[in-house]
Design a protein around this ligand. Structure first.
Ligand code: PXP
Length: 257
């Protein structure tokens, strides 16, 4: 990796959402993961939710057995999920907050107030050789807490920025939310944390985020699976990859100029 490389993790949860709408095995998220790898994804992300609304236990087992890309296992901080992670030993585990009623992961973890609860999870996962990541809002208190917890990686929640971007991409709210992400990514690097980001990113909203030099990975799911309906997963991923690479190169060029 150089400072110009930006990894793309493809979240395949919503392939399972479509499968589960009818039951049965089609479409298979593991097939989507293989296709994502062939299209240039650097990793696969899957969230085993407590209510199993999309990804299933069997999906996780098959992903571990059959994909070569690193698996980023998103999990709530529960004993059940910890045991599953320890059994499968994915490359990475991203601890996310989880509420049963939410449609998607609505905000970041409160790593600051949740230090005592999170510490044993971070420690057990790290002891098992799993790279721990905490999904947090772009906020200095949360970053300091992640470092205190010994997590090597943080993933910044880009949802507030993406919502503001949809409302008015050039408006003050989108700009402020982007600055929060830029500042948090810089602080993460200063604290020695590897910094990822994701949630709600699209071909358009990804550009200013991909230009942030200290971000090393973006995790993108819903938009890519939605686009795949129109253009196929392969094309959607290749286009996202190209946009990310171009934005990163432009960002580096602008900093040098
Ligand atoms: N990163 C994390 C930690 C997530 O929980 C999710 C999905 O909620 C994503 C990235 C991808 O978000 P999206 O599906 O909106 O692209």
């Amino acid at each position: 990796m150089t400072d110009k490389d930006l990894r793309l993790g493809v979240n395949i949860d919503h392939v399972a959402t479509i499968r589960n709408a009818r039951g049965g095995g089609h479409p298979d998220p593991v097939r989507a993961a293989r296709q994502a790898a062939a299209a240039g994804a650097d990793g696969i992300t899957a969230h085993l939710r407590e209510d199993r609304r999309h990804i299933s236990d069997d999906d996780i087992q098959r992903l571990i057995q059959s994909i070569e890309l690193p698996l980023n296992f998103e999990m709530a901080a529960t004993q059940e999920m910890l045991q599953i992670a320890l059994r499968h030993r994915p490359h990475a585990a991203c601890i996310v907050p989880e509420k049963r009623q939410e449609v998607t992961t609505e905000g970041g973890l409160d790593a600051d107030r949740g230090r005592e609860v999170l510490k044993p999870y971070c420690d057990r996962l790290a002891e098992a050789g799993i790279r721990v990541s905490l999904f947090i809002d772009p906020d200095s208190r949360q970053l300091e807490a992640a470092r205190a917890l010994g997590a090597p990686v943080v993933e910044l929640h880009t949802g507030a920025y993406c919502e503001a971007f949809i409302e008015d991409m050039e408006g003050p709210r989108a700009r402020d939310e982007l600055v929060r992400i830029q500042d948090a990514a810089k602080l993460a690097a200063d604290l020695g944390l590897e910094c990822h980001a994701g949630h709600g990113l699209t071909y358009d909203s990804v550009k200013p985020v991909a230009a942030i030099a200290s971000l090393v990975e973006l995790n993108i799911g819903h938009f890519l699976i939605g686009e795949a309906i129109y253009v196929g997963l392969d094309s959607a991923i290749k286009r996202m990859r190209a946009i990310m690479d171009e934005a990163r190169a432009d960002g580096l060029g602008a900093r040098r100029a």
